[in-house]
Design a protein around this ligand. Structure first.
Ligand SMILES: Nc1nc2c(ncn2[C@@H]2O[C@H](COP(=O)(O)OP(=O)(O)OP(=O)(O)O)[C@@H](O)[C@H]2O)c(=O)[nH]1
Length: 257
Protein backbone atom coordinates (compact mmCIF):
# COMPACT_ATOMS: atom_id res chain seq x y z
CA UNK A 1 0.00 0.00 0.00
CA UNK A 2 1.20 3.51 -0.74
CA UNK A 3 1.83 6.07 2.00
CA UNK A 4 1.93 9.64 0.77
CA UNK A 5 2.95 12.58 2.95
CA UNK A 6 1.51 15.79 1.53
CA UNK A 7 2.30 19.32 2.70
CA UNK A 8 0.02 22.15 1.66
CA UNK A 9 1.87 25.46 1.45
CA UNK A 10 -0.40 28.51 1.76
CA UNK A 11 0.79 32.12 1.59
CA UNK A 12 -0.67 33.92 4.60
CA UNK A 13 -3.15 36.72 3.95
CA UNK A 14 -1.86 37.07 0.38
CA UNK A 15 -5.04 38.46 -1.23
CA UNK A 16 -5.14 41.61 0.92
CA UNK A 17 -1.36 42.04 0.57
CA UNK A 18 -1.65 42.14 -3.24
CA UNK A 19 -3.87 45.24 -3.04
CA UNK A 20 -2.41 47.05 0.01
CA UNK A 21 -2.10 50.01 0.07
CA UNK A 22 -3.18 49.83 -3.58
CA UNK A 23 -3.01 47.11 -6.26
CA UNK A 24 0.57 46.02 -6.86
CA UNK A 25 2.12 45.76 -10.32
CA UNK A 26 1.16 42.37 -11.79
CA UNK A 27 4.66 41.44 -12.96
CA UNK A 28 5.98 42.13 -9.48
CA UNK A 29 3.44 39.62 -8.10
CA UNK A 30 4.37 37.10 -10.80
CA UNK A 31 8.05 37.52 -9.93
CA UNK A 32 7.40 37.05 -6.23
CA UNK A 33 5.24 33.96 -6.81
CA UNK A 34 7.65 32.25 -9.19
CA UNK A 35 10.67 33.00 -6.97
CA UNK A 36 8.83 31.65 -3.94
CA UNK A 37 7.94 28.50 -5.88
CA UNK A 38 11.55 28.16 -7.06
CA UNK A 39 12.86 28.47 -3.50
CA UNK A 40 10.37 25.95 -2.12
CA UNK A 41 11.07 23.54 -5.00
CA UNK A 42 14.81 23.86 -4.38
CA UNK A 43 14.53 23.43 -0.61
CA UNK A 44 12.27 20.38 -0.83
CA UNK A 45 14.01 19.04 -3.94
CA UNK A 46 17.32 18.93 -2.07
CA UNK A 47 15.54 16.73 0.47
CA UNK A 48 14.06 14.53 -2.30
CA UNK A 49 10.58 16.08 -2.07
CA UNK A 50 8.49 17.39 -4.98
CA UNK A 51 6.74 20.77 -5.11
CA UNK A 52 3.97 21.71 -7.54
CA UNK A 53 3.09 25.35 -8.16
CA UNK A 54 -0.66 24.69 -8.42
CA UNK A 55 -2.19 28.21 -7.98
CA UNK A 56 1.07 29.75 -6.67
CA UNK A 57 -0.69 31.23 -3.62
CA UNK A 58 -1.26 27.60 -2.56
CA UNK A 59 1.26 24.93 -3.51
CA UNK A 60 0.93 21.19 -3.06
CA UNK A 61 4.10 19.35 -2.12
CA UNK A 62 5.04 15.71 -1.52
CA UNK A 63 7.29 15.52 1.52
CA UNK A 64 7.90 11.85 2.42
CA UNK A 65 11.10 11.74 4.50
CA UNK A 66 11.01 15.46 5.42
CA UNK A 67 10.33 16.08 9.10
CA UNK A 68 8.70 18.84 11.13
CA UNK A 69 12.00 20.59 11.90
CA UNK A 70 12.77 20.91 8.22
CA UNK A 71 9.30 22.33 7.63
CA UNK A 72 9.86 24.91 10.40
CA UNK A 73 13.21 25.91 8.92
CA UNK A 74 11.55 26.45 5.53
CA UNK A 75 9.03 28.80 7.16
CA UNK A 76 11.80 30.70 8.92
CA UNK A 77 13.83 31.07 5.76
CA UNK A 78 10.85 32.43 3.81
CA UNK A 79 9.97 34.84 6.63
CA UNK A 80 13.54 36.18 6.57
CA UNK A 81 13.65 36.72 2.81
CA UNK A 82 10.15 37.55 1.58
CA UNK A 83 7.50 40.16 2.37
CA UNK A 84 5.06 37.28 3.01
CA UNK A 85 4.94 34.25 5.31
CA UNK A 86 3.59 30.75 4.66
CA UNK A 87 1.51 28.25 6.58
CA UNK A 88 2.30 24.55 6.25
CA UNK A 89 -0.18 21.73 6.87
CA UNK A 90 1.02 18.16 6.57
CA UNK A 91 -0.75 14.79 6.61
CA UNK A 92 -0.19 11.18 5.63
CA UNK A 93 -2.56 8.78 3.89
CA UNK A 94 -2.63 5.90 1.44
CA UNK A 95 -4.65 8.04 -1.00
CA UNK A 96 -2.90 11.29 -1.95
CA UNK A 97 -6.15 13.26 -2.04
CA UNK A 98 -6.97 12.15 1.50
CA UNK A 99 -3.54 13.28 2.71
CA UNK A 100 -4.10 16.66 1.05
CA UNK A 101 -7.62 16.94 2.47
CA UNK A 102 -6.33 16.43 6.01
CA UNK A 103 -3.27 18.68 5.49
CA UNK A 104 -5.52 21.42 4.17
CA UNK A 105 -8.00 20.94 7.02
CA UNK A 106 -5.24 21.51 9.56
CA UNK A 107 -4.58 24.96 8.12
CA UNK A 108 -8.28 25.77 7.68
CA UNK A 109 -8.90 24.94 11.37
CA UNK A 110 -6.55 27.75 12.40
CA UNK A 111 -8.41 30.41 10.45
CA UNK A 112 -9.01 31.90 7.03
CA UNK A 113 -6.37 32.27 4.31
CA UNK A 114 -7.26 35.97 4.55
CA UNK A 115 -7.11 36.36 8.33
CA UNK A 116 -4.22 38.71 9.14
CA UNK A 117 -3.85 37.11 12.58
CA UNK A 118 -3.39 33.60 11.21
CA UNK A 119 0.24 33.35 10.25
CA UNK A 120 2.77 30.56 9.96
CA UNK A 121 0.57 27.67 10.95
CA UNK A 122 2.79 24.61 11.29
CA UNK A 123 0.52 21.66 11.84
CA UNK A 124 0.74 18.05 10.95
CA UNK A 125 2.03 14.56 11.20
CA UNK A 126 5.25 13.40 9.62
CA UNK A 127 6.33 9.92 8.65
CA UNK A 128 9.00 8.65 10.98
CA UNK A 129 9.98 5.82 8.66
CA UNK A 130 9.90 5.40 4.92
CA UNK A 131 9.84 2.22 2.84
CA UNK A 132 10.83 1.78 -0.82
CA UNK A 133 7.25 1.29 -2.01
CA UNK A 134 5.63 4.23 -0.17
CA UNK A 135 5.09 6.43 -3.21
CA UNK A 136 3.79 5.70 -6.67
CA UNK A 137 4.37 8.49 -9.16
CA UNK A 138 3.30 8.54 -12.81
CA UNK A 139 4.98 10.79 -15.36
CA UNK A 140 2.70 11.36 -18.37
CA UNK A 141 3.58 13.09 -21.59
CA UNK A 142 1.96 13.71 -24.95
CA UNK A 143 3.16 11.37 -27.69
CA UNK A 144 5.09 13.38 -30.28
CA UNK A 145 3.91 16.78 -29.02
CA UNK A 146 6.65 18.43 -31.06
CA UNK A 147 5.57 16.93 -34.40
CA UNK A 148 1.82 17.20 -33.77
CA UNK A 149 1.61 20.57 -32.06
CA UNK A 150 4.79 22.57 -31.35
CA UNK A 151 6.11 22.53 -34.93
CA UNK A 152 2.70 22.97 -36.58
CA UNK A 153 0.46 25.21 -34.50
CA UNK A 154 0.95 28.59 -32.93
CA UNK A 155 1.96 28.40 -29.28
CA UNK A 156 -1.44 29.35 -27.94
CA UNK A 157 -3.27 26.63 -29.87
CA UNK A 158 -0.63 24.11 -28.78
CA UNK A 159 -1.21 25.25 -25.20
CA UNK A 160 -4.98 24.70 -25.56
CA UNK A 161 -4.44 21.08 -26.64
CA UNK A 162 -2.00 20.35 -23.81
CA UNK A 163 -4.22 22.01 -21.20
CA UNK A 164 -7.24 20.07 -22.46
CA UNK A 165 -5.34 16.83 -21.94
CA UNK A 166 -4.26 18.01 -18.49
CA UNK A 167 -7.81 18.98 -17.46
CA UNK A 168 -9.19 15.66 -18.67
CA UNK A 169 -6.50 13.58 -16.96
CA UNK A 170 -6.43 15.45 -13.64
CA UNK A 171 -10.17 15.19 -13.20
CA UNK A 172 -10.32 11.53 -14.22
CA UNK A 173 -7.51 10.45 -11.87
CA UNK A 174 -8.91 12.57 -9.03
CA UNK A 175 -12.40 11.12 -9.33
CA UNK A 176 -11.49 7.52 -10.15
CA UNK A 177 -8.54 7.07 -7.79
CA UNK A 178 -7.90 10.08 -5.53
CA UNK A 179 -4.64 10.79 -7.38
CA UNK A 180 -3.23 14.33 -7.65
CA UNK A 181 -1.97 15.36 -11.09
CA UNK A 182 0.03 18.45 -11.92
CA UNK A 183 1.06 20.12 -15.16
CA UNK A 184 4.81 20.64 -14.90
CA UNK A 185 5.60 22.35 -18.21
CA UNK A 186 6.03 21.38 -21.86
CA UNK A 187 3.70 18.44 -22.42
CA UNK A 188 4.33 16.80 -19.04
CA UNK A 189 1.96 15.88 -16.23
CA UNK A 190 3.09 14.27 -12.99
CA UNK A 191 0.49 12.30 -11.02
CA UNK A 192 0.95 11.30 -7.39
CA UNK A 193 -1.01 8.06 -7.17
CA UNK A 194 -2.28 5.50 -4.71
CA UNK A 195 -1.67 1.81 -5.53
CA UNK A 196 -2.69 1.51 -9.19
CA UNK A 197 -1.98 -1.33 -11.58
CA UNK A 198 -1.16 -1.23 -15.27
CA UNK A 199 -4.78 -1.44 -16.42
CA UNK A 200 -5.68 1.65 -14.37
CA UNK A 201 -3.07 3.64 -16.29
CA UNK A 202 -4.21 2.18 -19.60
CA UNK A 203 -7.76 3.27 -18.74
CA UNK A 204 -6.52 6.79 -17.93
CA UNK A 205 -4.67 7.09 -21.24
CA UNK A 206 -7.75 5.74 -23.09
CA UNK A 207 -10.02 8.16 -21.24
CA UNK A 208 -7.99 11.20 -22.35
CA UNK A 209 -7.89 9.93 -25.94
CA UNK A 210 -11.66 9.44 -26.02
CA UNK A 211 -12.38 12.67 -24.17
CA UNK A 212 -10.11 15.20 -25.88
CA UNK A 213 -8.29 13.26 -28.63
CA UNK A 214 -4.79 13.66 -27.18
CA UNK A 215 -2.44 10.68 -27.14
CA UNK A 216 -0.57 10.17 -23.85
CA UNK A 217 2.14 7.80 -22.71
CA UNK A 218 3.06 7.21 -19.08
CA UNK A 219 5.97 5.90 -17.05
CA UNK A 220 5.26 4.79 -13.49
CA UNK A 221 7.73 4.41 -10.63
CA UNK A 222 7.90 3.58 -6.95
CA UNK A 223 10.16 4.95 -4.27
CA UNK A 224 10.60 5.98 -0.65
CA UNK A 225 10.66 9.63 -1.67
CA UNK A 226 9.06 11.70 -4.42
CA UNK A 227 12.41 12.00 -6.18
CA UNK A 228 13.01 8.25 -6.14
CA UNK A 229 9.53 7.41 -7.39
CA UNK A 230 9.54 10.23 -9.92
CA UNK A 231 12.97 9.31 -11.20
CA UNK A 232 11.91 5.69 -11.71
CA UNK A 233 8.86 7.03 -13.56
CA UNK A 234 11.07 9.07 -15.87
CA UNK A 235 13.10 5.97 -16.71
CA UNK A 236 9.89 4.05 -17.39
CA UNK A 237 8.74 6.87 -19.70
CA UNK A 238 11.99 6.47 -21.63
CA UNK A 239 11.00 2.80 -22.08
CA UNK A 240 7.66 3.94 -23.57
CA UNK A 241 9.53 6.15 -26.02
CA UNK A 242 11.95 3.39 -26.89
CA UNK A 243 9.41 0.58 -27.24
CA UNK A 244 6.43 2.59 -28.51
CA UNK A 245 4.30 1.44 -25.57
CA UNK A 246 1.79 3.64 -23.77
CA UNK A 247 2.30 2.36 -20.20
CA UNK A 248 5.52 1.21 -18.52
CA UNK A 249 5.86 0.46 -14.82
CA UNK A 250 9.20 0.16 -13.12
CA UNK A 251 10.77 0.24 -9.70
CA UNK A 252 8.09 -1.86 -8.00
CA UNK A 253 9.93 -3.54 -5.14
CA UNK A 254 9.19 -7.22 -4.60
CA UNK A 255 6.59 -7.80 -1.88
CA UNK A 256 8.14 -8.53 1.49
CA UNK A 257 5.45 -10.89 2.76
N1 LIG B 1 8.92 19.06 -16.64
C1 LIG B 1 9.42 18.29 -17.60
N2 LIG B 1 9.30 18.68 -18.87
C2 LIG B 1 9.81 17.89 -19.83
C3 LIG B 1 10.47 16.67 -19.53
N3 LIG B 1 10.84 16.09 -20.70
C4 LIG B 1 10.41 16.92 -21.68
N4 LIG B 1 9.79 18.01 -21.16
C5 LIG B 1 9.10 19.10 -21.86
O1 LIG B 1 8.29 18.53 -22.89
C6 LIG B 1 8.58 19.16 -24.12
C7 LIG B 1 8.42 18.15 -25.24
O2 LIG B 1 9.45 17.18 -25.15
P1 LIG B 1 9.20 15.64 -25.43
O3 LIG B 1 8.08 15.15 -24.62
O4 LIG B 1 10.52 14.94 -25.30
O5 LIG B 1 8.84 15.71 -26.99
P2 LIG B 1 7.77 14.94 -27.84
O6 LIG B 1 7.76 15.60 -29.17
O7 LIG B 1 6.46 14.84 -27.14
O8 LIG B 1 8.42 13.50 -28.01
P3 LIG B 1 8.03 12.12 -27.28
O9 LIG B 1 7.77 12.43 -25.83
O10 LIG B 1 9.25 11.28 -27.46
O11 LIG B 1 6.82 11.57 -27.97
C8 LIG B 1 9.96 19.75 -23.95
O12 LIG B 1 10.12 20.92 -24.73
C9 LIG B 1 10.01 20.10 -22.49
O13 LIG B 1 9.39 21.37 -22.31
C10 LIG B 1 10.58 16.29 -18.17
O14 LIG B 1 11.14 15.24 -17.80
N5 LIG B 1 10.04 17.13 -17.24
Amino acid sequence: MTTTQVTLVQIDNYGPWTVTPEPRREMDLQTLQSRLFADIAEYLGHRDGYAFFTRFDNMITVTNGIDGDAHATLQESIRNRYPVTVSLGTAVSDRPVDALEEANHRIQLEGSAQDEHRTEVLAGEYLTETTPSDLQIAHFDVVNATGKYTDRLNEFDTFINIERAYASLMEYLREAHGALSFFVGGDNIIAVCPDLNESAFTDAVDHVMNDVDVDLQVGVGRGATAHEAGFAAKHALEDCRHDGTSVEITGVPAPTD
